[in-house]
Design a protein around this ligand. Structure first.
Ligand SMILES: Cc1cc2nc3c(=O)[nH]c(=O)nc-3n(C[C@H](O)[C@H](O)[C@H](O)COP(=O)(O)OP(=O)(O)OC[C@H]3O[C@@H](n4cnc5c(N)ncnc54)[C@H](O)[C@@H]3O)c2cc1C
Length: 381
């Protein structure tokens, strides 16, 4: 986002007419899209981590650590505070603070919490899968209210883990995967859902829809639903409850879950009658009815960078975001027994994903997509 703004406003920044500032509490960028291939041993740690400073255009004033950690946002007075006690004002504000996880629910989860949704836990899970000898793997997708990020990840997760366990560890027949999910599908896009169900079924795995967990019992190794149904596991993998960042709650500018409401086409902040046209919401922090995905944040950033630059330069032309989503679907990884199969389903607010299957060609397309991510992050493609 900041790199795109730097590109669009380079002349004004160099002339000293515009200040472009980026505040980020952490200087390490983790490529979350790589967490699953990492768990499935198709990526290594160095494929996932980037030093943000090296990705940024030098015209951006960059604050990180305590001086980059936002502690309060005051939309009415166009101000925000950072952890080092400083206060800043702005003419335009882009909020792209991502989201957090709440593992206090369902009760018992935090005592047996394993996931590929965050780096340190993915590292632990990768090691557990290296030692896994067989048994029941249960993946619990816990989204009773707001959608999770990268909804296809929770579908391709079991497929890629299966690809690793059967093709690399040679454990086919010694384990079974069951997905339990609070909703009535593996993916909200019907064509994506169809492919995920077919692939899981043909590998002998299964799923339970509308499974509302009331408790995880780590001693008995069971997930218990509100209707009394119990599912036993040897390894529990959880996609945890998603919540907005703490600073949004503290600043009282979000919805009840801590996410930011807004206009899904202009990406400006809107909460009931309250609206701030100079405040844009981008990526996972927004609750605007579009999938939470890096590709979405990327397309949103184009719209926001264009519209801010257009206003600053006095052109006035604006473009809209039409809900473009591309979410890589990975079916198998490249192993000695399989060349890898994948596809890149695409959809928008108005158009659903078209029928597709995973192909080896799709695997190469997807690899190219991941390999060009450093260029995407620099705002070059
Ligand atoms: C397992 C997994 C697989 C995925 N696969 C894909 C995929 O294949 N394709 C895809 O498109 N998407 C994928 N995603 C989703 C994608 O990673 C996210 O949607 C994307 O990272 C969202 O970008 P963002 O900028 O909104 O949030 P983030 O990338 O989370 O960035 C938020 C930033 O805000 C900073 N921040 C937070 N709080 C503060 C604060 N108080 N002060 C200052 N800075 C702060 C953070 O340090 C961070 O830099 C996947 C996600 C997961 C978990």
């Amino acid at each position: 986002m900041a790199n795109l703004l730097a590109r669009n406003l380079r002349r004004e920044i160099v002339k000293g007419e515009v200040d472009l500032m980026l505040f980020d509490k952490s200087n390490t960028y983790i490529l979350e899209a790589g967490l699953l291939p990492y768990v499935a041993h198709a990526f290594d740690e160095e494929d996932l981590k980037y030093n943000k400073r090296t990705l940024l255009d030098p015209v951006i004033k960059y604050y990180t650590g305590p001086s980059g950690t936002i502690t309060y946002i005051d939309l009415k007075n166009r101000k925000f505070k950072t952890q080092d006690g400083k206060e800043y004002s702005y003419d335009y504000l882009v909020i792209a603070l991502g989201c957090t996880y709440d593992i206090s629910q369902p009760p018992g989860l935090k005592d047996d919490y394993h996931t590929y949704y965050e780096f340190e836990k993915a590292k632990e899970l990768r090691e557990m899968l290296e030692r896994f000898t067989g048994g029941s793997i249960v993946q619990m997708v816990y989204m009773p209210d707001v959608p999770i990020k990268c909804p296809i990840a929770s579908g391709k997760g079991p497929l890629l883990i299966d690809s690793y366990l059967s093709h690399v560890r040679r454990l086919r027949g010694k384990y079974m995967v069951t997905v339990v999910t609070t909703v009535d599908h593996l993916h909200a896009q019907p064509e994506v859902n169809k492919v995920l169900e077919e692939r899981l079924r043909e590998r002998g795995h299964t799923w339970i829809y509308n499974f509302e967990p009331s408790e995880v019992d780590p001693k008995k190794k069971e997930v218990i639903a509100t209707n009394g149904e119990r599912v036993k596991y040897d390894l529990l993998i959880t996609i945890p409850l998603h919540r907005g960042p703490e600073v949004i709650k503290k600043s009282e500018i979000g919805d009840p879950y801590g996410f930011l409401p807004g206009d899904r086409y202009t990406l400006t902040y809107r909460r009931g009658k309250e609206h701030y046209d100079e405040v844009y919401i981008v990526g996972d922090v927004a609750n605007i009815g579009v999938a939470r995905a890096g590709a979405v944040a990327h397309y949103e950033a184009y719209v926001v960078a264009h519209n801010i630059a257009s206003e600053v330069k006095g052109f006035g032309d604006k473009i809209l975001f039409f809900g473009e989503v591309i979410c890589p679907y990975l079916e198998t990884a490249y192993t000695p027994y399989d060349k890898g199969r994948a596809w890149m389903p695409w959809w928008t607010y108005a158009k659903n994903a078209r029928p597709f299957v995973g192909t080896t060609w799709g695997w190469y397309l997807m690899r190219t997509y991941y390999l060009t991510i450093p260029l995407t992050l620099r705002g070059l493609i």
